[in-house]
Design a protein around this ligand. Structure first.
Ligand code: 13P
Length: 257
């Protein structure tokens, strides 16, 4: 991690937790991470149905916890059954939204083009996108990781202002590391994070590259978090499974502090 960027640990709860279960989890999380609010940006991303309860707890208890959705549609409104518009997230006081997660790409037809539309739609509404990228096992084994991820970044993040680029949060999540217990070495993950930062720099200039935060995601656990956080271009983590257990999540947040 670099001292010039505030570390971030975000929990992607995926399709787990009812709103009641989510409320209990947030209560536990805030109990165990409140001592590091000042040093780490901590974000929870419940399913859509849990956002209202989460938002209410965060507001009533004055928690310094960021709230994120896991997806959004890019249109303002319209006949898009099942979809959620950016201003609906604003209404629930979401500050963040995950975009382009590999599970959305694999199961729901997300592409770099739709990622880009969503990134712009979120910026129009003052919500910070957490943009996911990452390669498959086949690409990793073929040595094509950097080429592939660079393409995702160029297409997904096209057309931003330098100011928007400076606020970027990119999560590098190798698909083969998600939920598998396998991870790249911290050095390899850092190589990709450095390349992502360089690509942002080539697109938007060195100040944006210096300010943008790059998270690592994929089987982050209390046992390995500090190794990733020891790398200079990794500014935190996007956590799946371990974010559903307050104590494990807290250990990861503390490793980032
Ligand atoms: P795991 O931490 O469960 O591997 O999931 C990572 C992830 O997909 C976060 O978005």
């Amino acid at each position: 991690m670099s001292g010039s960027r505030t570390p971030m640990v975000a929990g992607n709860w995926k399709m787990f937790t009812t709103s009641g279960e989510g409320a209990v989890l947030i209560d536990h999380v805030q109990d165990v991470v409140s001592d590091v609010w000042d040093r780490v940006d901590v974000v929870v991303c419940p399913p859509f149905t849990g956002l209202k309860a989460a938002s209410t707890i965060i507001e009533l208890d004055h928690l310094r916890l960021g709230l994120g959705a896991q997806d959004v549609h890019w249109e303002e409104e319209g006949a898009y059954t099942g979809a959620i518009a950016p201003r609906m997230l604003v209404d629930l006081r979401c500050n963040y939204c995950i975009v382009g997660h590999s599970e959305r790409r694999e199961y729901f037809g997300e592409t770099d083009e739709t990622v880009n539309l969503k990134v712009h739609a979120l910026h129009r509404h003052g919500i910070t996108p957490i943009v996911c990228c990452g390669e498959s096992l086949a690409l990793y084994e073929a040595g094509k990781t950097e080429e592939f991820v660079r393409g995702q970044i160029r297409a997904g993040l096209a057309g931003l202002t330098a100011e928007q680029a400076s606020a970027l949060i990119v999560a590098y999540e190798p698909i083969w590391a998600i939920g598998t217990g396998h991870t790249p070495t911290p050095e390899k993950a850092n190589d990709v994070a450095r390349m992502i930062r360089a690509t942002v720099g080539a697109m938007y200039g060195p100040p944006a590259a210096q300010a943008a935060r790059v998270l690592y995601g994929g089987s982050v656990k209390p046992e390995n978090a500090s190794m990733f956080f020891g790398e200079p271009d990794i500014d935190g983590a996007l956590v799946g499974g371990a974010a559903l257990k307050a104590d494990a999540f807290s250990d990861i947040v503390h490793a980032a502090s």
